[in-house]
Design a protein around this ligand. Structure first.
Ligand code: SF4
Length: 125
């Protein structure tokens, strides 16, 4: 699906009538087959995730996309992430705990808190 078509489809879906579960399944199927998902259509799917059928279609599409790219191999990286602060000036939203400068919740952790997190990592392997 080309960008123009995807934008048009996303526009239709954001219009008066909400997309059906069938529409969501079609978007996912096309994304899996083409190996790409237009940002506009991703937003359409994201807006529908409270619908169990749409959520199931997205989850199955993600699993199939992963299988096509990597087979059935699942890898795990054991690590412990110990931030020294939750302060972040950027807005990438990766760290769900990040707080912007000026937020009353922004803080730097104490050495005792850092040590406790490290001990927790050791304890959980
Ligand atoms: S939220 Fe993003 S930019 Fe901020 S610390 Fe985390 S990864 Fe870095």
């Amino acid at each position: 699906m080309g960008r123009a078509a995807a934008r048009s489809l996303a526009g239709i879906f954001r219009g008066v009538s909400p997309p059906t579960s069938h529409d969501g399944e079609r978007i996912v199927l096309e994304a899996v087959e083409s190996g790409r998902l237009d940002a506009g259509l991703a937003h359409v799917l994201g807006d529908r995730l409270e619908d169990p059928d749409a959520r199931r279609a997205v989850m199955e599409g993600a699993a199939e996309s992963k299988r096509l790219a990597r087979g059935d191999v699942v890898t795990v990286s054991r690590n412990v992430f110990i931030p020294l602060t939750n302060l972040c000036r950027d807005r990438c939203a990766y760290c769900t705990f990040a707080r912007q400068p000026g937020s009353p919740e922004a803080r730097t952790y104490t050495l005792a808190e850092v040590a406790e997190a490290a001990r927790g990592g050791v304890a959980t392997g």
